[in-house]
Design a protein around this ligand. Structure first.
Ligand SMILES: [Fe+2]
Length: 267
């Protein structure tokens, strides 16, 4: 789940009702309270197809921390996993839990859950003609893309701090916008250094075969991650990312974000 949309080659998704944020009027079900939907055979087929495609692409491209998290979660590659099960595994790893969201959440609601170490997650899949791109969050993006990184202790703490910092922005829209840019270029589109070359940890890349190939193709400019710079950098949600930011480690990501929050009085 993310309060932002994935990149796409066309802006036609602007009218997609799945892209209209939902403002919550009651709390989301969390952990065991997330019921397992009545998935169709096609849903499981789509999950398996997406999983197997990324499973082939990601070794040598995804961050070691992502691959380790994926192995720790031991997600079912043939059937859509139950949010309650993923939540229990995540909770054992880093104390995070999963809430079931009916769709794209209002940014304030979304960050409010992150601040409580709860990840709002969809439980429906994209349609068969959206394998390569979906404008709205779906559970392949949310479960496969997001949850493995939350297994990593430093990233899990960083992710919670993003939620806490967002709540502290209050009515300072300029600061909040900077924070959403940091979110975009880290959680969704971040890269990390590796002796073998840049590796992907951003979930918006990891859950998309096109973004996975594009991000390391040499076509995207890769810059060092500096929160103060990234906070000023607008992003384009409609196309492949032409500018990406790389961290040396998740310790550096967390400490540099902490410093940016202190400087802006939202630590
Ligand atoms: Fe996301």
């Amino acid at each position: 789940m993310t309060p932002f949309m994935n990149s796409t080659p066309t802006p036609s998704a602007a009218d997609d009702p799945r892209c209209i944020p939902i403002k919550l009027t009651q709390p989301l079900p969390v952990g065991d309270a997330c019921e397992y939907p009545r998935y169709t055979a096609l849903d499981h087929h789509l999950w398996r197809t997406l999983y197997e495609r990324q499973e082939k692409l990601l070794p040598g491209r995804a961050a070691d921390e992502f691959l380790t998290g994926l192995a720790t979660l031991d997600l079912d590659s043939h059937r859509v996993p139950a949010l309650a099960d993923v939540s229990a595994r995540l909770h054992r790893a880093t104390g995070w839990r999963i809430a079931r969201t009916p769709g794209l959440l209002d940014a304030g609601d979304f960050f409010g859950y992150l601040a409580q170490r709860i990840f709002p997650c969809t439980d429906y899949l994209r349609s068969a003609d959206e394998l390569d791109y979906t404008p709205a969050p779906d559970c392949f993006h949310d479960i496969f893309g997001h949850t493995p990184m939350i297994v990593h202790p430093r990233f899990a703490d960083f992710y919670q701090k993003v939620g806490q910092a967002a709540l502290r922005c209050g009515t300072n829209f300029h600061l909040f916008e900077g924070l959403t840019r940091i979110y975009w270029f880290t959680v969704e589109f971040g890269l990390i250094k590796n002796p073998g070359g840049p590796r992907i940890y951003g979930n918006g890349i990891i859950s998309s075969s096109g973004e996975t190939l594009h991000s390391l193709s040499g076509k995207a400019q890769i810059h060092p991650f500096l929160p103060g710079v990234v906070a000023q950098q607008p992003y384009d949600i409609w196309h492949f990312q032409e500018r990406l930011y790389i961290v040396s480690s998740f310790e550096e990501l967390e400490s540099s974000f902490d410093a940016w929050c202190r400087k802006n009085a939202i630590a």
